[in-house]
Design a protein around this ligand. Structure first.
Ligand SMILES: [Zn+2]
Ligand SMILES: [Zn+2]
Length: 249
C-alpha cells in the first residue's frame, strides 16, 4: 500500500480499524470511541427550543418564551445532550477530579453531531472557547474548555483535514472579571450578572464557532457572541456539549 497516496480520512479509517477496538468508557470490544451501550446512556436533548436548544416539556412549542422576547444573537446552537446522567458525571469529573481522560468520549460525541449539522452547511473557520478566569485556571491547574476545544479540533481534523475549523491561539476571548460559579447563582442573579466579564483581543474570523462545555441560561454565550460580533464576526455558531433545563427559582 502506498501511504503517500492516501488521504487523511483514509489513513484515519485504517488507523481506527487497526487500533481502535475498545470502548473508551467500559472497555467492551467495539469499532468506535464508545460502544452502543455506553452511547445510549447519554441523555439526548431531544425536545428543545429551535433557537437556543433550551430543553422544553411542551412539545408543541418550537421557540421558547425567552427567544420569542429576546432573539439570541448567534446563528445556530448545537447542544446534543442534557446536563444530567452520565454527561453530568463525566463533566463533573473533568472539572473537579482531574478526569481529563473523559474529554475524548464527550468531544467525540459532540463531533458526531457537528458532522450531521454541517453536512450541507459551511463549517466555521475558527473555534473560540469560553475561558475560565486565570484565578480559577490556577486553582484547577487547567482550563477545561481549552483542553476540550483542542481535543475537539484534533478529532475534526481527522475527518475534515484542512477543511476543519482552526483553534484560535491565543484564544481571543478572555475572562477579565472573576465571577461566582454560575451553578451556585439563582437564575435571577445570573441574568443580572454584569456583561463586561469577558474581553476580546486578537483576530476574530467572519464565521466563528463558540464553544462551552455546559450552557445554563445562555447569558454568558449571548454576551460573548455580541463581543465577537463587535470584533468582526459575521456569524457565530454555538457548540456546547450539554444544555441545562431551567430551574424553577
Ligand atoms: Zn462502552
Ligand atoms: Zn429558546
Amino acid at each position: 500500500m502506498d501511504w503517500k497516496k492516501l488521504s487523511t480520512t483514509k489513513i484515519n479509517k485504517v488507523y481506527c480499524g487497526l487500533f481502535l477496538t475498545r470502548c473508551y468508557l467500559c472497555n467492551a470490544s467495539c469499532q468506535s470511541t464508545l460502544c452502543k451501550h455506553c452511547e445510549a446512556g447519554f441523555v439526548s436533548n431531544k425536545h428543545h427550543c429551535q433557537r437556543c436548544k433550551r430543553p422544553m416539556t411542551n412539545q408543541k412549542d418550537t421557540i421558547c418564551l425567552h427567544c420569542t422576547l429576546f432573539p439570541p444573537p448567534y446563528k445556530a446552537c448545537i447542544a446534543p445532550f442534557r446536563f444530567e446522567g452520565i454527561t453530568k458525571t463525566l463533566i463533573h469529573h473533568i472539572k473537579f477530579h482531574q478526569g481529563n481522560h473523559y474529554i475524548r468520549p464527550l468531544t467525540y460525541l459532540l463531533s458526531q453531531h457537528l458532522h450531521q449539522h454541517y453536512e450541507n452547511r459551511a463549517w466555521p473557520e475558527q473555534l473560540i472557547y469560553i475561558p475560565s478566569h486565570p484565578k480559577r485556571i490556577k486553582e484547577r491547574g487547567f482550563c477545561q474548555t481549552r483542553t476540550m476545544s483542542a481535543q475537539l479540533i484534533k478529532q475534526l481534523r481527522q475527518t475534515l483535514g484542512d477543511h476543519s475549523p482552526t483553534l484560535a491561539v491565543p484564544n481571543p476571548l478572555s475572562k477579565i472579571q472573576h465571577s461566582q460559579a454560575q451553578h451556585s447563582l439563582s437564575r435571577t442573579h445570573r441574568l443580572d450578572a454584569p456583561q463586561s466579564v469577558y474581553s476580546v483581543q486578537g483576530r476574530v474570523a467572519k464565521h466563528v464557532a463558540l464553544f462551552d462545555d455546559v450552557m445554563t441560561t445562555g447569558s454568558t454565550i449571548e454576551n460573548a457572541t455580541r463581543l465577537l460580533q463587535q470584533a468582526g464576526a459575521e456569524q457565530v455558531d454555538v457548540w456546547v456539549i450539554a444544555r441545562t433545563a431551567d430551574k424553577q427559582d
